[in-house]
Design a protein around this ligand. Structure first.
Ligand SMILES: NC(=O)c1ccc[n+]([C@@H]2O[C@H](COP(=O)([O-])OP(=O)(O)OC[C@H]3O[C@@H](n4cnc5c(N)ncnc54)[C@H](O)[C@@H]3O)[C@@H](O)[C@H]2O)c1
Length: 254
């Protein structure tokens, strides 16, 4: 029970990596606020946790909207008394070459992927300060530091998430708030399936092909990323801040 007595917010935890993280955190003893823009999957995760004997509540949240981020933090404080851990996981998946990307696309990808985590960090700061500290884990990506074809908006935003992580870590260490990032490679989630569909590829063939990019010859599972998030969020990582943990089956070894 590595998160016994802790309370956590996981954004975008209705699906994929966020869902796996919320479930694992609850198993490890945390009370979890599931913050998602989609109500049905968010409520389903909350029911899963509560039926398994954990404690979770759902809050409809759009992290790109400052007041919505504020209200998610407030809801967690009302439900659990405080917030020890914030996982900035929700993201928008906007891909394309530079000439394909509209102004609205840029606003959306930067609004959700960069301003979103910043909004949540700003909102949680007074609560964590009052608490004497806390841990923030941002979902960055291998896309934060490698170039991929026709991935301009998403990769630009994920590069910014890594710098946001380092700069927050620098500024918030004085408040005993650690800020780290996890950088997954290709993980089998709804986002990956949507991408495969958009490319018009066969699902199983594409997942197998994506897996060939890593020495482990497979794509990852959301649960494998959640374990890295748990480590960085827990007291096991008490002297780690401003770091990023790559979870990609070795895809970016060289
Ligand atoms: N899947 C991958 O291969 C992969 C690889 C590297 C990094 N990541 C990162 O991991 C994180 C999770 O990705 P995933 O694949 O699990 O995605 P997913 O699409 O399966 O789930 C994302 C969740 O975020 C929610 N969401 C979207 N916009 C939101 C908003 N504005 N406010 C609140 N919630 C919102 C969605 O409703 C959804 O429940 C993202 O930050 C992503 O960039 C994923």
């Amino acid at each position: 029970m590595r998160l016994e007595g802790k309370s956590a917010i996981v954004t975008g935890s209705g699906n994929g990596i966020g869902r796996a993280t919320a479930l694992l955190f609850a198993e490890e003893g945390a009370r979890v606020l599931v913050a998602d823009i989609e109500d049905d999957p968010g409520n389903t995760v909350v029911n899963e946790i509560n039926q398994a004997g954990g404690e979770a509540v759902f809050h409809h949240t759009d992290i790109s909207d400052e007041s919505s981020a504020d209200s998610a933090i407030q809801a967690a404080v009302e439900a659990f008394g405080t917030v020890d851990i914030l996982v900035n996981n929700a993201a928008a998946f906007v891909f394309g070459k530079i000439e394909d990307v509209t102004r609205d696309d840029w606003d959306r990808v930067l609004g959700v992927n960069v301003r979103g985590p910043a909004n949540c960090a700003r909102a949680v700061l007074p609560v964590m300060r009052e608490n004497g500290g806390g841990a923030i884990v941002n979902l960055a990506s291998v896309s934060s530091f490698v170039a991929q074809p026709a991935f301009i908006p998403y990769n630009s935003s994920k590069g910014a998430v890594l710098q946001l992580t380092r700069c927050l870590a620098m500024d918030l260490a004085v408040d005993n708030i650690r800020v780290n990032a996890v950088c997954p490679g290709t993980i089998h989630t709804r986002a990956t399936e949507t991408h495969i569909n958009a490319l018009g590829l066969d699902r199983d063939q594409a997942l197998s092909d994506f897996g060939q990019d890593s020495p482990m010859k497979r794509v990852g599972r959301p649960e494998e990323v959640a374990k890295g998030v748990l480590f960085l969020a827990s007291d096991d990582a008490s002297f780690i801040t401003g770091e990023h943990l790559v979870i990609d089956g070795g895809a970016t070894i060289d």
